[in-house]
Design a protein around this ligand. Sequence first.
Ligand SMILES: O=C(O)CCC(=O)C(=O)O
Ligand SMILES: [Fe+2]
Length: 510
Amino acid sequence: MGEVDEAFIQAVEHRPKLTITEAEGIPLIDLSISNSNSIEALVEEIGDASKNWGFFQVINHGVPFETREKLELASRKFFAQATEEKLKVRRDEVNPLGYYETELTKNVRDWKEVYDLAVKNPTVIPTSPEASDNGLQELVNQWPEYPSELRALLLLVRFGAAVKHSVLYSIWCSRSCEVRYPIPAGAISPLSGYGIDQKGYRCYDPIAKKLRTSRHVAFLEHLPYYCLPASSSSVSKEDVLMSDPFSSSASSFGSDSPHVPDEGIESIRVSETVVEPEEAQPSSTLVQDETPSQSGPPGISDDVDPTTSQVEIRVAYEEDAKEMEKLAYKLLELISLSLGLPANRLSEFFNNHTSISRLNHYPTCPIPNLALGVGRHKDGGALIILAQDDVGGLQVKRKTDGEWVQVRPTPHAYIVNVGDIIQVWSNERYESVEHRVMVNSEKERFSMRFSFNPNHDVMVEPLEELITEQNPAKYRAYNWGKFFANRRRSNFKKLGVENIQISHFKITEE
Ligand SMILES: O=C(O)CCC(=O)C(=O)O
Ligand SMILES: [Fe+2]
């Protein structure tokens, strides 16, 4: 076992089998409505899957693939950072959002690191799980900061030092990163150039020693931009021009009217993603002629750069969260209909929802037979939507026989599961099913989980329409915000007891 901390070791009965028995997978549901796929048929499929599995995958869900891909790339970059950078946004007792690498599930440590973000920023939840405490707290997302070196650079730039190239760092952008390394001595401007005869900005990456053309560039608004004539193949320091690519004179490239630095260095604009790396041989001059960049899907196959940017992850996240929210409402309506309720029956619980997204990274593990990426658990929210990469590892406990079944990755699909809240609302017509994540020794894995959670003040209880004399309420009402605050808190203070569970509110039969 070498130097692996024993906190990761699962009890014998919970260790995963490394040979996975191929089994019938969870249902794959096409969300598109057509002549051959009526809404009634779809609702029935959703109902059956929720009842029999508690899990299903969806395709034709309406979320643009680029949105998900951008966030996945930003997530890879986030986790590829030095630990010291990630720890700067680590969650703590006050703010449970952010980076965390020592999570426990059922008191055993998970082989993973996570980055939690609230969909609504800020998100309001109770300050404490104590019933007597009426205090509320705002959860605020923690975004990666600019590295301090870059901050120093930005200040320098503001004070007009930008053209003293030898002291500069690059604001480099093919993957909208700020490069944190000193420019090699003698290299002339690493700053981005803007070409009118091609789509995109030209940026010199001093690490890869490549000139890149990209439209995926983070611009620091209110700062001067230094541009290079598009036609030149060799440019001297004096040719570097100051220009604002967003100003109306941007097309008249080479405008020498300087953009006056303004206050505020935090505000950033990101353009469309089109990445087209180009080889170049930088030496004492910057610009090599480039072939025009082509439109196309952003590539995520490039090596992940160990830098990340506040801008990139934030923009990618916020775009993705909007799409996830739309999909979550759609699924909620389908679930509502499948329970025989009006489509909007559950929406009122979500007008100020407390949904949380989690970016997961499961590094390769030397003891995949003894540890788990996430130990067996049920999800506490209402509906959970998960994007997994192509590595695989999620296992669902099959209701029919309790066997762990692998959820095989389906490109572009989302995995959906019914959480505890839907189990309670549906008075157990649907069940929140146990699942876990296996890790492996060869490939790291990434996933992104969106947990659709109601407003903090919602009292969760079986819906009255679903209660009858023969089928009385199986749960007492509980306050979602308090439940949530309890879960969040107990992640920090493990007292050797289990997290709060809906079973604590179960009405036991006499
Ligand atoms: O990464 C996965 O596949 C699932 C993670 C999960 O179940 C969770 O974070 O609750
Ligand atoms: Fe889960």
